[in-house]
Design a binder for this molecule. Structure first.
Ligand code: BTN
Length: 236
């Protein structure tokens, strides 16, 4: 699939996800907004705007087989981790499946929406947040100004499209595991609990329950105590 993309920068939109959906014509499209009025997160949650944020969505026609597409949100989180290293010089952890975290809290997240022939992946990053909501944090402890967000969004889109252009097996499984702060932590899921021990090749979480290792899918699991500083937090 193509690794080049068109970019549209806008001041304020409801959601960059909807903006891509309205404008997508089959070629990769990145929409970056300075502000969102109806940003959304996973599980129909509101995505709040910090003091300085990055809001971007990338639309594309996925080249991977349908059974591999569950890896796209994980690849997108990994791509943003790389972009933050490149643009901001900051190392963030990955909380399975698609949260970006620092010891202070969640600094970003990925939302993947779409159909068989069109995927829209959105990413939000809290660049600076003087008084963050509970569980959240900013990447910087000061306002980095308006230019970081577009640079970060482009670095993310470029990195993600390169991963998507490769065979699905090369998406970054080992890189993801190495950065995943969920591994080694206790997890609870609908039918039990255990300790997260790895990422299955299909993107699900491998959990050691004491009676064996099982694969748990996103949405079936509640994570606890997964922040690198040892503090406790739950996320569906
Ligand atoms: C999550 O952690 O729940 C995912 C958050 C995704 C937020 C981003 S911000 C850019 C894009 N537009 C949206 O409305 N949501 C995503």
């Amino acid at each position: 699939m193509a690794t080049d993309y068109a970019t549209l920068m806008v001041e304020t939109v409801d959601s960059t996800q909807d903006e891509v959906a309205d404008r997508f014509d089959g070629s990769p499209l990145l929409v970056i907004a300075a502000h969102q009025t109806k940003g959304r997160g996973r599980l129909e949650r509101e995505w709040m705007e910090p003091d300085r944020g990055m809001f971007a969505s990338l639309g594309f026609e996925p080249g991977w087989e349908p059974e591999d597409r569950g890896l796209i949100p994980l690849a997108a989180a990994l791509a943003m981790r790389e972009a933050l290293r490149e643009i901001a010089g900051v190392d963030v952890g990955l909380r399975w499946p698609n949260d970006l975290v620092t010891p202070s809290g969640k600094v970003g997240g990925v939302l993947a929406e779409g159909s068989d022939d069109r995927v829209i992946v959105g990413c939000g990053v809290n660049l600076w947040w003087a008084e963050p909501i509970e569980g959240a944090a900013g990447v910087f402890d000061h306002d980095p100004g308006p230019d970081v967000a577009p640079d970060l969004a482009r670095a993310w889109a470029g990195n993600l499209l390169l991963r998507l252009a490769a065979h699905a097996e090369l998406w970054g499984h080992h890189e993801y595991e190495a950065a995943c702060v969920t591994l080694g932590q206790p997890v609870q899921f609908e039918k039990g609990s255990g300790v997260a021990v790895g990422i299955h090749p299909d993107g699900s979480l491998l959990v050691e329950t004491g009676e064996g290792t099982i694969a748990v899918h996103a949405g079936d699991v509640r994570l606890s105590a997964t922040l690198p500083d040892g503090s406790s937090e739950e996320t569906p």
